[in-house]
Design a protein around this ligand. Structure first.
Ligand code: ACO
Length: 324
């Protein structure tokens, strides 16, 4: 048995922060942000009604409706988030309560932006070993709570939101095809500390250092090198031709990264769907949010061959080849 995506749901909080809004907060401009990143606006959660856990619940309810399943069928929920509003319970438990799937297994994973990819592959492991028949794979992030709003190099990139896929165990579907990697020794260019570290509270600049730190140029180089190499490795491992892939659904981090990957793979940019202009980088939520958008506008239809791939803090990166 393999998990097949039978439903998708997403949620973006209503408040929009445009590039012009940002230019009133830090020294930047719509022109600079658009040219360097492709981003025009991002959705920002209020932290009251909308937090990582509540956005996850809203996206999950939409996904369950889209799949047309009864919540009692769900036997597993795995959520990915780097920006949870609760240390515990897990976001997966919050989702279980919201959708009404009492009793099923629930836990969260953290692999920074590729967290949803990690969650997807974890769920596939449960399904392929016969331990799950119907599962939710959740990505939910409130990056706006962790970025340094005085650092123009990072605050322009991120947005909030959640996306969820429903996976159902089916026969006669290709088994899960993926590669996941990490390189911790290269991880210093992207990190975010948690707040409660009493031994360090008096250290100069400590509070500031608890915001996300990102050396953008280094992350950029990592992404444009490792992502195409990983996709080529994936195609060689599983023996498929990149020309036969309908869509390369990349983590929406920067339009220029996506363009560079398209060039390096010698694949037309039309095969690289993007919504980064409207959402910014929503970390582990970006792939399911984009998949849902593609389903709604008719691009994602049964049988479509998709490579999805993500990269981020750790450093971590991963890719899958699926048939929708
Ligand atoms: N507005 C105007 N100027 C800016 C801004 C801004 N928002 N940000 C930086 N600059 C300035 C810099 O100060 C610098 O000025 P200087 O030359 O006088 O020193 C100049 O622009 C160039 O700065 P760089 O950082 O070199 O600009 P770059 O072209 O690399 O673009 C960016 C920066 C957009 C962050 C890019 O490096 C990037 O996208 N990197 C990848 C980041 C990423 O994908 N992260 C996500 C993965 S991890 C995750 O999702 C959690």
């Amino acid at each position: 048995m393999t998990g097949r995506i039978i439903g998708l749901g997403s949620y973006l909080p209503p408040r929009l922060l445009t590039n012009d809004d940002l230019s009133k907060m830090v020294e930047t401009s719509d022109e600079w942000i658009t040219e360097r990143t492709g981003i025009k606006q991002r959705h920002i959660a209020d932290g009251i009604e909308d937090k990582a856990s509540t956005m996850a619940c809203k996206a999950a309810l939409a996904a369950v409706e889209d799949a047309g399943i009864d919540p009692s069928e769900i036997d597993l929920i795995v959520a990915a988030s780097t920006t949870p509003d609760l240390v515990f319970p897990s976001i997966a438990c919050c989702v279980q309560r919201a959708v009404g799937a009492d009793g099923c297994a629930c836990f969260d994973v953290n692999s920074a932006c590729p967290g949803w990819v990690a969650a997807y592959n974890t769920v596939q492991g449960f399904i392929e070993s016969g331990n799950s028949k119907c599962a939710l794979v959740v990505g939910a992030e409130m990056l706006s709570n962790y970025v340094d709003w005085e650092d123009r190099g990072t605050c322009i990139l991120f947005g909030d939101g959640a996306g969820v896929a429903v996976l159902k165990a089916v026969e006669d579907h290709p088994s899960n095809r993926f590669i996941m990697k990490a390189s911790a020794k290269r991880g210093d260019c992207l990190h975010c500390e948690t707040m409660k570290q009493p031994k360090r509270m008096d250290e100069e600049g400590f509070i500031k250092s608890t915001n996300m730190f990102m050396a953008g140029r280094e992350v950029f180089k990592f992404a444009v090198t490792e992502v195409p190499a990983l996709i080529i490795e994936l195609s060689e491992k599983y023996g498929f031709d990149l020309n036969d892939v309908d869509y390369f659904v990349l983590h929406q981090a920067n339009q220029r990264i996506i363009e560079a990957v398209s060039k390096r793979l010698d694949q037309p940019l039309e095969k690289f769907p993007m919504n980064i202009q409207n959402t910014g980088n929503t970390s582990s939520a970006s792939i399911p949010i984009l998949l849902k958008e593609m389903k709604d506008d008719g691009r994602l239809t049964p049988g479509k061959k998709i490579v999805f791939t993500s990269f981020g803090g750790g450093l971590t990166w991963g890719a899958n080849y699926i048939e929708y």
